[in-house]
Design a protein around this ligand. Sequence first.
Ligand code: KIV
Ligand code: NA
Length: 263
Amino acid sequence: MKTTLSTLQKMKQDGQKIAMLTCYDASFASLMSEAGVDVLLIGDSLGNVIQGKGSTLAVTMEQMIYHTECVARCAGDALVLADLPFASFQLSPQQAFENAARLMAAGAEMVKLEGGMVMAETVDFLVQRGIPVCEHIGFQPQSVNAYGGYKVQGKSDTEAEVLKRDALALQAAGAALILMEMVPARVAKAVTDSLAVPTIGIGAGPDCDGQVLVMHDMLGVYPGKKARFVKNFMQGASSIQAAVEAYVKAVKGGTFPADEHCF
Ligand code: KIV
Ligand code: NA
C-alpha cells in the first residue's frame, strides 16, 4: 500500500518505527522501496555524495528536480520527500512556495526545509496551499558556516528548550514531520514525546519515531570521515538489497541506533 502522510501519522500512534533513507536515482529507489523503506529522501546531501563537494550549499533547484524525477519514477509505495536546497526558500514564503511547487511537479509528495521557528510562517504558507512539509531542526547542514563546524545541537538546557519550542511552533504551523539531526538522545526523546507528529532522527537517539541515514553512509561507500551516528549495514550483508533490508529491520526493531551511534 502507498505510504502517505496518514500512514506516517498512524505509524507514530501505533508505535511502529519509520524507516527513511536518502535516494538519488531510479535503481536505488526501486530497490529501497522493495526492501521496505517507508520514505525516500532526495537529500541535498547529493552535493556531498554525488558531486563530491564539501557542503550542500551549492546544490541547485535544477539538480534537486532532476534527482527527484529519477527517484519518483521508481519509488513504488515509498513516500517521496525532497529537500529545498540552500537559498531556494529562505527569502520569503512566496519563494518557498514557487520552488516547493517545482519539486512537487517533479514527483515529490512532501518537501523538507531547514530552520527553526523562523520558518514557521513559511511552513504555514506551504501547508495552507497543499504542500506537506517536513522540518529539519537541530544541526542544519546548510548553516554549517554559521555554526563554525559540525556540532551537536541542543546540548545545554537553554538550547534544548529552544529546540523544543521550535518543534512545537513548527508543528503548530502545520509541519507533518520533524527531522532532528545531531541532537542528544535525551533531548530528542523529550521533543518526540511532546509532539503529535512523528519525528525522524539522524544522530538523535533511538527514541525518535523513525530514523534516516544517507545511503552512501549505510552502504559504506562514502570516502569521507564517518560520523558517529553512521552504521555500515554492508558489514555482514551478502548484497545491497540485504543491507537495506537489514537497515529497515534494525530501525523497525529498535536495534539501530545503538548507544555507540548516539550523543
Ligand atoms: O540531505 C540529506 O541527506 C539530509 C539528511 C541528512 C537528513 O537532509
Ligand atoms: Na538535506
